[in-house]
Design a protein around this ligand. Structure first.
Ligand code: NAD
Length: 382
């Protein structure tokens, strides 16, 4: 299996992620087929791709001819058999519902040639479980792009328990050929790398709001100006969508109850359809028409002690390292490219003191339970 050639790529699902993945694959020279279940959705996706490519022409990043070639290399179809007939790699980007994905893979298994690689863009679902639906678990892998795929440089690669090493290498090369930065999530753990750090952090920020009685803006200020996030954590949660965060929470918790100390605020917002920027109201209220950033003053940063939030992210990062899922360099790359964090998190941890972090975690462990138990690795970092 060590001579894997990828030329023809089929993307299943032409929504937020699928149309972007199809665009970047075509930009890298692959022949792309984009499949959805409804012609109207495909038309919309192709219009979005056209709009995005035209913008690159306006900015002189692409010639008109290249723009047309890229667009014409993408073949939209609603016919699944046509879509998988001549492909080497299928990237599945259908909605994050396990039952739906399982139906899709069962159907694919019947019609795709034996050598075709199945790659899922799932954010949270276990790759190993998805692979069990197929007769080719060695050729099933996670390929987690970030939103929007056209701009975000990071792609997490997640082999399942049975994924062949050659498939992992081929997908790594494929991601490099898209001009993206792959990071390997060595084990199929809940949340993979980035969400394992990000989702618990949003809950922790909500706890801080209640425990320390800080305002949203005070917490966002310290996160932005002292920890180096590109925006406040609540602002980032609103940008990501409270539906995405809530569903990721449920999925991660269903696999392991010891990752997230769930805070009710997120579920409350979700249930009230306050999903963030997309509905005009999340943690903050937004003007629907214009993209306005939350005005976060740096002066407020001193009003919030960030030690609990730092302890949370560092403890989860330590867990990823001690469980051989990743290492410090890869984690720093992941938080920089996936979350936009400008200051390395282990540098921030050292600044605030590893011993201080361990003490904070131990206090929280006693008060709030196992989620906060300091990872053994932290003691080695003192
Ligand atoms: N949106 C994000 O920020 C984001 C980021 C990273 C990963 N993801 C993951 O990417 C996947 C897709 O998410 P999305 O946000 O693009 O969803 P979306 O709802 O925007 O798009 C999904 C598309 O799949 C289509 N679809 C449904 N059933 C299908 C089938 N059987 N065959 C082909 N197409 C089908 C739908 O009609 C829809 O157009 C999910 O697994 C999600 O977790 C999403």
């Amino acid at each position: 299996m060590n001579n894997i050639q990828i030329k023809n790529v089929t993307v299943l699902g032409s929504g937020i992620m699928g149309h972007g993945i199809a665009q970047i694959a075509s930009m890298a020279g692959y022949n792309v087929t984009l499949r959805d279940i409804d012609q109207k959705l495909l038309d919309k996706a192709m219009n979005n791709i056209k709009w995005s490519l035209d913008k690159l022409v306006t900015k002189n990043k692409l010639t008109q001819q290249k723009c047309e070639d890229i667009y014409n290399r993408i073949k939209p179809t609603i016919n699944l058999t046509d879509a998988v007939q001549k492909c080497d790699l299928i990237i599945e980007a259908v909605p994050e519902i396990m039952k739906l994905k399982q139906t899709v893979y069962a159907e694919l298994e019947k019609i795709a040639a034996d050598n075709v690689i199945f790659a899922s863009n799932t954010s949270t679902l276990p790759i190993t479980e998805i692979s069990k639906i197929t007769k080719r678990p060695d050729k099933v892998i996670g390929i987690h792009f970030f939103n929007p795929p056209q701009l975000m440089k990071l792609v997490e690669i997640i082999p399942g328990e049975k994924t062949d090493q050659h498939i992992t290498e081929a997908i790594n090369n494929f991601v490099l050929s898209l001009n993206k930065n792959p990071i390997l999530c060595r084990k199929d753990v809940p949340g993979f790398i980035v969400n394992r750090l990000f989702i618990p952090m949003v809950h922790e920020a909500c706890h801080i709001r209640e425990r320390q009685h800080n305002s949203l803006l005070e917490i966002d200020s310290v996160v932005k100006f002292k920890l180096g996030l590109p925006m406040g954590i609540f602002e980032l949660a609103d940008f990501t969508g409270l539906d995405v965060i809530h569903k990721a929470t449920i999925e991660m918790q269903s696999r392991d109850t010891n990752i997230i100390n769930k805070n009710h605020i997120i579920e409350d917002l979700y249930k009230n359809n306050n999903l963030g920027r997309k509905t005009g109201q999340g943690f903050y209220k937004y003007d629907h028409i214009e993209y306005t950033r939350v005005n976060i003053s740096e002066d407020l940063a001193d009003k919030c002690d960030p030690i609990q939030i730092i302890s949370n992210i560092i403890n989860n990062a330590a867990w990823l390292i001690s469980h051989d899922v990743s290492d410090i360099d890869e984690i720093e790359k992941a938080v920089k490219l996936g979350l936009g964090i400008k200051i390395p998190i282990f540098k921030t941890a050292k600044k605030y003191g590893i011993q201080n972090i361990i003490n904070t975690l131990n206090e929280m462990y006693k008060k709030y339970g196992d989620v906060y138990k300091p990872d053994e690795l932290l003691y080695k970092l003192i």
